[in-house]
Write a protein that binds this ligand. Structure first.
Ligand SMILES: Cc1cc2nc3c(=O)[nH]c(=O)nc-3n(C[C@H](O)[C@H](O)[C@H](O)COP(=O)(O)OP(=O)(O)OC[C@H]3O[C@@H](n4cnc5c(N)ncnc54)[C@H](O)[C@@H]3O)c2cc1C
Length: 460
């Protein structure tokens, strides 16, 4: 570990408004704890930033002492084992300002969708979010960001207006279409090694209601529903969004009718900006009707909902949880794919996963944005995501076997690229698939320009 004296730490502490902890200090562990309680975070130092100046001081300190910098807002993406360097926690930087005239909104590095949506809702506005409202908006956008409405509305990063970023030498730059355009391009999908984003401005859109939610089907109907879902999903117009998930719910911590059950969870969202509530409801219901008829619906939670409830469509847990996760981006899938998913996770097998989700992509996700960006995986047609809460003695032994077996069985369907937000902590092999070669090469140049000394951790 590089030499850092007590005097160096005192000097840093005097520059910071927020807390600084050294490994072993009281307060260190609560400061690094995040969504994933399995996350192997053991940095030498953790800075709880309360301002952009704190981030600058932490980056300069790291640069001066040859320490690597990692960033954590919520811990939803912290699969990377950090055992050295400086971790900058941004969760206190959770400001949200809406400019209804734009319409745009500006958020701090630590803002989560659940803190942002009510502010947008006050103005009848919406944004492209991810599936879980507890995810950090900046982390999601840096990877591209697709959510329950993205077939209609595209990627979250497609709506980025500007980023304030602390770069490798500790200075602050504003990246937008007019200022530092290469960095602006890279921050939309390039995710890592580019600096610490302290503030992000995104376009908002006028949307108050959607027709959406989830249909749950009983365990014995999982195969029927999954088989019917695929051709139905492929027939949907771009205004409709869907995913199919086989969920195994815990006996406690979820509402009674779901507790301890294995179910099919069909997620659906129909989006039509400017539609009257009645028309939204009838057009959405018409599209969903074939799936409501395919088997008895155990719980029907699809209806007109305020956009601010978008996070209830996937109904993902807020954590902290001991999370195992793996994902893949896929080309077109067929009935054989469905059979393979059912073999590994269907209602009649013992599977260690909490959630095996196939999401329909395409539509606006596949179209190039108005402004170029570094998003990887735009051309995929489906995604697969598996999540488990690791419970010793229950599924911890099975996961390392069942996880690879499931992914091996559908390997033929893999898309060339996998998007970073689906890649967990990418192995070198997966890292090489995050972007097409030309984008990866350009990203490497941008990283070298804004972080020539390699202060920011990435890809290792
Ligand atoms: C339950 C769940 C649901 C999800 N759903 C979706 C989804 O629907 N769509 C989707 O696209 N993704 C989804 N993701 C993936 C998620 O978007 C990424 O993991 C994202 O990076 C999480 O950001 P975070 O800040 O919440 O997490 P953190 O673990 O705090 O951060 C993850 C990484 O983001 C980067 N980062 C975060 N903040 C900054 C910053 N200020 N400056 C520079 N780098 C930063 C860093 O590389 C950091 O390691 C989901 C993840 C989970 C666990």
């Amino acid at each position: 570990m590089p030499q850092v004296s007590d005097a160096d730490l005192s000097a840093l502490r005097s520059e910071l408004d927020g807390p600084l902890f050294e490994r072993g200090d009281e307060g260190y562990q609560p400061e690094i704890d995040g969504f994933n309680s399995l996350s192997p975070m053991r940095p030498d130092y953790v800075v709880g930033a309360t301002s952009e100046a704190d981030v600058q001081a932490a980056v300069r300190f790291a640069g001066a002492h040859g320490l690597e910098v990692s960033v954590q807002a919520t811990g939803h993406g912290s699969y990377r084992g950090v055992d050295h360097g400086v971790l900058i926690r941004t969760h206190r930087l959770d400001s949200v300002t809406v400019d209804p005239a734009g319409p745009t909104f500006t958020i701090g590095a630590g803002a989560r969708w659940m803190g942002i949506l009510p502010h947008l809702g006050e103005h009848g506005l919406a944004a492209v979010t991810g599936s879980s409202p507890s995810v950090g908006a900046v982390g999601l956008v840096l990877g591209g960001g697709i959510g329950p409405l993205s077939r209609t509305l595209g990627w979250a990063a497609d709506r980025a207006v500007s980023f304030r970023v602390v770069i490798g030498d500790g200075s602050v730059v504003v990246a937008s279409a007019e200022s530092e355009p290469d960095l602006f391009w890279a921050l939309k999908g390039g995710k890592v090694g580019l600096g610490v984003v302290t503030e992000l401005t995104l376009q908002a859109l006028e949307l108050t209601e959607i027709y959406g939610g989830g249909l749950f089907f009983a365990q014995e109907d999982i195969a029927t529903v999954h088989r019917a879902w695929l051709p139905w999903a492929k027939s949907l117009p771009e205004s409709a969004n869907t995913s199919m998930s086989i969920v195994r719910l815990p006996p406690v911590g979820v509402p009674e009718p779901l507790a301890g059950r294995t179910l099919a969870h069909l997620r659906f969202a129909y989006v039509e900006q400017g539609a009257e509530t009645g028309a939204l409801s009838s057009r959405g219901a018409e599209l969903l009707a074939p799936m409501r008829a395919v088997a008895p619906v155990y719980i029907d939670g699809v209806d007109v909902m305020p956009f601010t409830d978008v996070g209830t469509i996937h109904a993902e847990p807020f954590g902290p949880l001991p999370i195992w996760e793996r994902g893949e981006f896929l080309d077109d899938v067929d009935e054989t794919y469905v059979e393979r998913i059912l073999e590994h996770a269907g209602g009649d097998v013992e599977a260690p996963f909490a959630n095996v989700e196939t999401r329909l992509l395409g539509g606006a996700i596949a179209r190039d944005a108005a402004l170029p960006n570094a998003i990887g995986g735009r051309g995929a047609q489906f995604s697969l995501l598996t999540i488990a809460a690791v419970i010793p003695g229950v599924n911890d032994q099975a996961l390392p076997v069942a996880g690879p077996a499931l992914y091996d069985s559908v390997a033929d369907y893999s898309h060339d690229e996998i998007n970073y937000n689906w890649a967990g902590h990418p192995s070198p092999e997966v890292f090489a698939r995050l972007w097409p070669a030309d984008i990866a090469a350009r990203l490497a140049q941008v990283r070298a320009t804004y972080d020539p000394a390699g202060v920011f951790a990435y890809g290792n």
